[in-house]
Structure formats: C-alpha cells, structure tokens
Design a protein around this ligand. Structure first.
Ligand code: SF4
Length: 783
C-alpha cells in the first residue's frame, strides 16, 4: 500500500482562459446543451414539501448518486462547491413521503401498467407487504411475520438454493458488509452486487495485471498529467462534476483524449455550472477523439504497442520505459511476440482505425512523461471485458504510468455503493480483505467466529438462470433476496429474466420504492420490506468513492418512514431467526460496531472505525496503489498479459449495436430526451453514411433485430463510427443475448450483431418468411 497521503483539495485558477471557450455567445445560446439552472429550479420545486431536509441532505450527507464522491458540497479534489443535477434528481427519493394506502393496495394489474419512472414518483414503501399467487393486491404484514416467513423457508431449503443481491445506489459499506457476513453465516456464497453488470472485469483484470482491485490513482492526478485518456467512458454525463476536474486539467495543459465509437457531444464541450467562465462560454474538453469500432479496443491497443515496438527497433528507448519494465514488469517478450504476430491490416480492420491514426496516439503516449487512463462500460461490458482492461494495464506498464503523481489506471464507477460492495465481500468471489484463498478464508473465519462455506457461489446472472433448474436440483433457486435493483431493466433479455423471477418460490424486495420487478409473480410469495435511506440510518454509514476515499455520511435529522429499518439491521434480524442458536455470532448493536469489525476483517479499511462525524473521510491504500511501481503481486511486479483479438463475427450488411445512457442515472430515466444531442429514448444513433447505404433517412421508422429480439425505433444521424449503432440502455436490452458472460468476471455481454431495416421493408418481408430466413442466417453468422 502506498506511503504517500492524498494532499486534499486544491484551488482552481480564477482568471479566465478564452482559448478553452466553446463560443463567445453567453450561456451557449442557440446550442444544444443541458439547462442546469432550469433543472435545479425543477428539483427545488419537487422537494418543496421537504426543503429544509433536502438542504440538510445536500449540505451534510455523502452523495448517493455516482461514485465520484462528495461529502456535503465539498470533495477532495478541488475547493469550491460540488453539486450536479444527477444528485439533485435522486434527491427526491430521499425526501418524498410514503405511498398512499390506495396506491400500495391497488390492483396489481393497474400497478403493472406504470413505468419505473412513474412508480418512483408514487412515494416510499411504508411497511412490509406480501402478495401470494392469485392475489390481486399486496397485503400488509408485520415485520415479525415477514421475517419469520422468509426464515422458515430458508430453514427448509439448502443454502445453495437461495441467494442475495444488493444494488449500488445508496447502500452503505455497513449494509454490504453485514449482508456478506449474514450470507456466509447462513451457509451460502450466493451473494452478488450491481458491479457484476458494470465493473467486475475491471477488478478481475487489475488483480491479475497489477494485484489491485481499484483505481490506482486520484482525480487530482488528472490535473496536470500530460495525457488524460477516457476509454469507453462518458464521464461528463455519468459523473458530471468530473468535468470540473477536466477543466482544471486543461488549465494545467493536460491533453484530453476520448476513445469511443460515438463522438459523444458531452465529452467534446461542456458548460460547467460551478465555474463562471465555463457556465458562460462553455469549455472545449476533447483534444482528440478516436472513433473505434465497438469491440475494437484490443486491436487498437495492440496497434499502439505494435508501433511502440517498431519505434524501439529503429531507436531503442524511444517508445517504452525500459527502466520501469526491467524493475517492475513481467512478460515483455511474450507480449511483444503476440503483438507482432498481428499484421496492420487485421488490426486496422478490427479497430476501425487507420494505421496512421493508431500511430498518432502511440506517439503521443510514447512522448509523454505521465498519463492517466480512465474507463467505464465501453470497455467492461463485453465478453472480453477483462482482456480489454488488462490491455489498458499493459499500456500503463510499458510506459511506467503507474504508482506516481499524474499517473494511473482508473475504472470510474457510476454508483455510490459499487466500489465498496465488492470490498465488503458482497460478491461470490470475494470476502472482506481479499479473495477466496484458503489463507483469507481462514483469517476471516477467525474474525467472524464461524465456518465459511467453501463452495463457489453463483454470480447474479447464473443465480437467476438457476430458478429454471428442475425442482430437485441442489442449486435450484427457490428464494431470492434482493436489496434494490430491477433486473427487468438492467439484465439482457427482459422476457427471460421475468420468467426466472417468476420461477422462484419466494422473492424478497428490500427497497425504498416499487419498481416494475416488484409486481412479477412468484410461486409462493413476493415479500416487500421497507428500507431506510442512507441518511436515515441510525449511526450513519460510509461509502467508498472511485478513488478509494471512504466518506462518512451521518444520520440526518428529518421526517422518517415509521416502519422502515436500516438494511444491515434487517439482515441481522433475519439471520437470527434462521439460526437462533448461533444468534450471538451475528449480532451488531450499532453501525459503529460494524465499522470496528470492518477495520479488522478488511485490513485496507483500517481507519473506517474512526469515521464518526460529518465530513470525516480517509483514503485506503494511500494516494497511489503500486507506488513507485511496486505492485501487491507475489513478486511485486506487474504482469503484461497476452491476449488474442476477439472474434467479431459480423456479416456484410450487419451492424454492431451497443447501448448508451441518455438523461438518466443508471436505469433511472429523467427525461425522454438527451439534452446533449436531443436523441429520444427509442432513437437509433447511426451514421449518415450507413443511412445512405441502406436508403434510410433521418427520422425514418426502422427495425433493429437479431435472433434475440426486435427494437422498433427512429433513425437519428450522429457522428458514430460507420457500421456501428447505438441504442439507449435499458430499452435496447431486448437485443442482447441471454446467458453470454465474460469468462473471467461474469459480466453479461451488452453488444451484439444486428440487422437494421426500414420498418416498411421489414414488415413487408415479414409475411413472406423473409424474417425467419434472415434470422436463420444470422444465427449461423453470430453464433
Ligand atoms: S458528480 Fe456524482 S458524486 Fe458528484 S454530485 Fe454528481 S452524482 Fe454526486
């Protein structure tokens, strides 16, 4: 772990720099851009019934939006206010009153007609509920009856037949830790969290490449680094205040490079509301944009390294950092051989970029003394996501961009809880303080005082599929306990997911609000348990940001939902009912006691026990992991990983589709129109050249289809790489195959090959079995 400590927030330059302005016309008048002031007024209006409480949450609490990390309105990177519309939009979840009685007990078919956006506005779940097969309404249940019912079922079935899942929005480290411990106490390793569908490959790849499972650096390292690379990450949209850090970086001369199939408008220019100059005239962010093919990143990075090796042949020492490699890196010869085995034509075709363009970035990086690589789902949500991320680590290792100021690798997280969930052990492959090695299991068993099951638990996708196993199968999922989350809107193939959800005997939804999955039937009962928000939990809670800052969020005075309980407390209560004889082994008297145990069970988190007041924070691991190039691997060295180019089978006339976010926070949609490009939720983003090729005009009704599903939308021409299209997530999930997981980290594949046709052609041909024939062809082609 690093010896250098983070130095705290720095000052932003006050004097303006017109060279960064988007335009001299104030407030971007006439340009397509978000309206931050209007959005803020709207949020204030929504929260008007609870404005003082809303203000206290914003000024005292730790943001429950993304994982950039902020306590109150202050962060650890820059002085000055830190607030964004994402945080403001999720604020209402914390301040709204409980649902009305007639809504909670409405006819289930009426509730099913509502979208998740409508359901979110209905209010909080006030008390435990149950609905059995054939019942048209939820009935009220006491906490005792609800937990006894779940406990009785758990006692009757094998622990391999139940599982837990925890989402990432708002959940604290204390709840993740308790859930992880309770699951093992009950005898199951079937526990997973929302990072399975976003950053699990980052953790897996960084562990094998560098021996770390988190960002090696800080946001402060962005500011003044030579090159800041965003790879498959639209941070301006998903972590909005990151634009402030990008602005600060540009003021220090940092070059910002974007790698993405779509020339994302928000990464090109942004009007940063908290910086007067930028709010008025905008800020140009991207210095260069490389529009790579969907799935072409490994080839692109092979190309960069291939050019480095070519430069080295001509002038040794001109491209890679030999001193760093000699002291700190394994595997150079193997990697070089693998990279050189690909010819330029193959790499260009897969990457979708010319040799000259690839060389341009190779030279920029080779000439730089420092660089930070930031990535998101554009790299991880592939069936080769772990290789994508290890390839980034390869670039960093060859240049020595690691373990020092202005250097590092950063999987930027989208949800406030996602970094901590795995670190607390709410993961089938992880326990607090490390993986499932004999040594770590023995160590944690000593802390916990009971045996931990040694069998491999299932990832969330497999747990869901296990609901369809035969009744007598030892892994048939019979009870699924979910803390938040809505698989109908996050997992590929929603129809299949619904079938899985319906096939469990008992499904538990521990949540603050209803979502569409709450109304899916179960074979014996659906039980709904009302949870507290992080701001309501007695004794407060902590959450960990992307840059490993562990922030304390205090309990905030305000109105309460009478029967809602702390999530960690519910888990403990349940565990005691399932196994009353051992209840003393799973007891926590308060949140502080949990933090004290976390410090012991997860040694990295030593320090969490001292977080007690508003604003308390510490960074685990110090400022830089792998400081001075020394990695926490068995031999202290980073590992260059060799990999093949992924096989991308896309026949002539077919497209690759990927999903993107609009005005939304993960699956919560806040507007039907993306303020950055005015695209609507069912617009299909495609290149004009492709439209021309297939006789499609802007605004035409089109059908995107493959053997997995159909998507009806409208063509919208944008600057996306030809041959690639984008649809919004989660609407586009109907096109994504079920059961295709990345081999190392289990993330579902969220990209696939599709056919695009004008609606009229599609429907005309459908009746003549043309569609079936095309789908048969596609099955042959895309497997
Ligand atoms: S950028 Fe992220 S952490 Fe910061 S206020 Fe917005 S949602 Fe919260």
């Amino acid at each position: 772990m690093g010896k250098t400590k983070h130095t705290g927030p720095m000052k932003l330059k006050k004097n303006p720099d017109p060279s960064l302005w988007v335009s001299k016309v104030p407030f971007g008048l006439g340009k397509i851009k978000p309206h931050h002031i209007r959005d803020t007024v709207k949020v204030a209006w929504e929260n008007k019934d609870n404005l003082p409480y809303a203000t206290r949450i914003l000024t005292q609490g730790v943001c429950d939006g993304c994982a950039l990390g902020v306590a109150g309105l202050q962060d650890q990177t820059l002085q000055g206010p830190h607030l964004c519309t994402t945080r403001l939009n999720v604020l209402r979840l914390n301040t709204m009153p409980e649902m009305k009685h007639e809504v909670i007990h409405a006819d289930i078919d009426e509730l099913r007609k509502k979208s998740s956006t409508e359901l979110r506005k209905l209010g909080r779940i006030p008390y435990p509920l149950i609905r059995k097969p054939g019942e048209k309404k939820f009935s009220r249940l006491s906490w005792d009856n609800a937990l006894d019912l779940i406990a009785e079922k758990m006692k009757k079935i094998d622990p391999k037949q139940y599982g837990f899942y925890l989402t990432s929005r708002g959940i604290t480290n204390e709840s993740y830790y308790t859930a992880a411990k309770v699951a093992r106490f009950l005898g199951t390793n079937n526990i997973d969290n929302a990072s399975r569908i976003c950053h699990s490959p980052s953790k897996t790849a960084l562990t094998r490449s560098l021996g770390i499972g988190a960002s090696s650096c800080n946001y402060k390292d962005w500011i003044g680094t030579d090159v800041l690379v965003f790879w498959g990450s639209v941070a301006a949209n998903n972590q909005p205040v990151s634009t402030k850090y990008m602005y600060a970086a540009k003021r220090k001369g940092t070059k910002i490079i974007i790698i993405n199939p779509y020339y994302e408008p928000s990464m090109e220019k942004y009007w940063i509301p908290s910086i007067a100059e930028s709010a008025l005239f905008g800020t140009k962010i991207a210095d260069d944009v490389y529009q790579v093919n969907i799935g072409g990143d490994i080839a692109f990075m092979h190309g960069i390294m291939k050019h480095w090796f070519e430069m080295e042949e001509k002038a040794p020492g001109s491209a890679i950092n030999h001193d760093f490699i000699r002291e700190h890196v394994n595997g150079l010869a193997e990697l070089k051989e693998k990279v050189q085995s690909y010819d330029w034509e193959t790499l260009e075709k897969s990457a979708g970029l010319s040799k000259e363009r690839i060389e341009e970035l190779a030279i920029v990086l080779a000439k730089s003394n420092s660089a930070v690589f930031v990535w998101s789902m554009g790299l991880t949500q592939h069936r080769f996501g772990t290789d994508n991320v290890s390839q980034v680590a390869n670039l960093a290792l060859l240049q020595g961009f690691l373990g020092r100021e202005h250097c590092g690798v950063m999987p930027i997280r989208g949800h406030s809880g996602v970094q901590g969930s795995g670190e607390m052990g709410a993961d089938p492959f992880v326990l607090p303080g490390g993986g499932f090695t004999d040594q770590n299991v023995d160590r944690v068993e000593k802390v916990w005082g009971f045996d931990i099951p040694r069998w491999q638990g299932d990832i969330v996708g497999v747990s869901l599929e296990n609901a369809l196993l035969p009744e007598e199968h030892e892994r048939k999922l019979k009870l699924y306990y979910m803390s938040g989350g809505n698989f109908l809107e996050t997992m590929p193939n929603p129809d299949f997911v619904k079938q899985c959800l319906e096939s469990v005997d008992i499904r538990v939804h521990q949540d603050i609000i209803f979502n569409t999955s709450t109304f899916v039937d179960a074979k014996e009962a659906v039980v709904v348990l009302p949870a507290m928000t992080r701001y309501e939990q007695p004794g407060g809670g902590t959450s960990t940001s992307t840059e490993r800052m562990v922030y304390f969020s205090p309990e905030i005075k305000g109105p309460r939902i009478e029967e809602a309980r702390s999530e960690w407390e519910i888990y403990v209560d349940l565990a005691k009912r399932v196994n009353p004889e051992q209840a003393h082994l799973i007891d926590f008297k308060d949140a502080q006691e949990i933090r004290e145990e976390i410090a012991e069970a997860a040694p990295n988190y030593d320090g969490i026990q001292h977080l007690k007041e508003k604003g308390d924070v510490f960074q685990w691991g110090g400022a830089w992991l792998c400081e001075d190039g020394v990695c926490p691997t068995p031999d202290g060295k980073g590992n260059l990983i060799t990999m093949d180019l992924p096989e991308l089978r896309k026949a002539e006339g077919h497209f690759y589709v990927t999903t993107r976010r609009g005005k939304q926070f993960n699956s919560m949609i806040y507007s039907d129109q993306d303020p950055f490009n005015q695209a609507e939720r069912y617009d299909v983003l495609m290149n004009k050249k492709d439209g021309k090729k297939y006789g499609i005009e802007q605004g035409d009704a089109i059908v995107v289809y493959n053997k997995h599903g159909l998507f009806h939308g409208k063509a919208r021409f944008v600057d996306v790489k030809p041959g690639n299209i984008q649809v919004h997530w989660p609407e586009g999930n109907v096109l994504i195959p079920k059961g295709v997981y990345e081999q190392y980290a289990g993330i579902p594949e969220y990209n696939t090959a599709v056919i695009v046709e004008k609606s009229e052609t599609f429907h005309a041909q459908k009746d003549t079995k043309y569609l079936e024939k095309r789908i048969e062809e596609l099955e042959m082609e895309v497997g």
